[in-house]
Design a protein around this ligand. Structure first.
Ligand code: SF4
Length: 355
């Protein structure tokens, strides 16, 4: 009870602080809208910072810790790391790196239209399938690679995939991906540091050619069955740390529209005169993007490429904790004055405790 009161108080204060911070920018946006009408998403940086603050705020979480989102512990990055061995450095060995990259691809191929917990369950089942098969030849934690998974039957792979949606199709696509990875024998060159075995301080660096474990070219990966832009971009961003495009899932699509980072006003002749600027146009005079793919194209124009890799994790975590599809916790959100969804629905929103 006391904690709830403190949280509520905190939210009111944060809301006021951010309102002041935004007001100057909103004013500029409004003025700009009359001359250029180009202000779509122009406040994204302030929104980004506000979301980061809410995601890391211990007051909003439990036991003095920030709110944990499923993506933090069960997202593709976390799953791929689980294949490299607990506590081990990702760059310990070529096999750890290969296992990490392959694990990233499998996690992302399992994930469409599936909750993180189910994706994680199927992923760990596949890992177990490989580690208990006879074909290892590697440290147990590094054996999750395409040639080893390919040794398992389609029936076994399908069985392991049952927790995820469309598991039969996904199992087939995973097996096909393994076949292509093995047939192509992709390699990559890595520069890494090697510690001396006796734990001494003599560290040497060298370049080595090693098995890549997944395609090294994004177009190649996009030609894999069952791999669309969402899977390919997320895989590349995590596995190769290359941001070739933004991974837009249902959370990113929803939030980018709610905050009007994307979308478009109706043509001028079809809408009433509005003196609040395009970002504040009423919903009936605004068109959200109709598909995640259209959102991706607009987002890539808006955000600098340096942010492409981070936007998915930031917005997915925010969408899983605070800004859910059906019952967003607007009463703790510091973006209410900025949010189109809130401003349209606040009258009927039972979450509008402080409005
Ligand atoms: S819908 Fe609610 S929680 Fe989501 S951004 Fe808008 S105000 Fe915040």
């Amino acid at each position: 009870m006391v904690l709830t009161k403190i949280k509520k108080k905190y939210c009111i204060i944060m809301h006021k602080v951010l309102k002041i911070a935004f007001s100057e920018k909103i004013h500029l946006m409004t003025v700009a809208s009359f001359s250029t009408e180009v202000l779509l998403g122009s406040n994204w940086e302030a929104h980004w910072k506000a979301i980061e603050m809410m995601r890391s705020n211990p007051v909003l979480g439990v036991n003095g810790l920030p709110m944990k989102a499923p993506v933090d512990e069960l997202g593709a990055t976390a799953l791929a790391h689980s294949g490299t061995g607990k506590g081990r450095n990702l760059y310990d060995s070529p096999s750890a790196r290969e296992s990490f990259r392959f694990g990233t691809l499998i996690a992302t191929m399992l994930s469409p239209q599936t909750k993180d917990a189910q994706t994680a369950e199927a992923f760990h089942r596949l890992q177990k399938l490989v580690s208990t098969s006879k074909v290892t030849g590697l440290a147990a934690e590094h054996c999750f690679i395409a040639p080893n998974l390919l040794e398992c039957t389609l029936d076994d792979i399908t069985q392991a995939c049952t927790p995820v949606s469309f598991y039969k199709t996904k199992a087939k696509n995973i097996q096909l991906a393994c076949e292509r990875i093995v047939a192509n024998n992709y390699t990559t060159t890595t520069y890494y540091h090697e510690s001396s075995i006796d734990g001494g301080s003599n560290i040497t660096g060298k370049r080595i050619e090693e098995s890549a474990g997944i395609p090294t070219d994004i177009q190649d990966l996009l030609s894999y069955k069952g791999v669309g832009p969402k899977i390919a971009y997320l895989t590349f961003s995590i596995a190769w740390r290359k941001d070739e495009g933004i991974c837009v899932d249902t959370h990113v699509h929803r939030l980018a529209n709610r905050l009007r980072w994307v979308g478009s006003p109706l043509p001028k002749k079809e809408r009433a005169t509005c003196n609040t600027g395009l970002a504040k146009l009423p919903s009936n005079q605004w068109k959200d993007t109709s598909t995640p793919e259209k959102t991706r194209v607009q987002l890539q124009k808006l955000l600098p490429q340096s942010h492409w890799g981070e936007v998915n994790e930031l917005l997915v975590g925010y969408g899983q904790t605070i800004c859910s599809a059906k019952k967003p916790m607007c009463y703790v959100c510091t973006l209410r004055t900025e949010c189109n969804w809130y401003n349209t629905n606040k009258a009927s929103s039972k979450w509008n405790h402080t409005g």
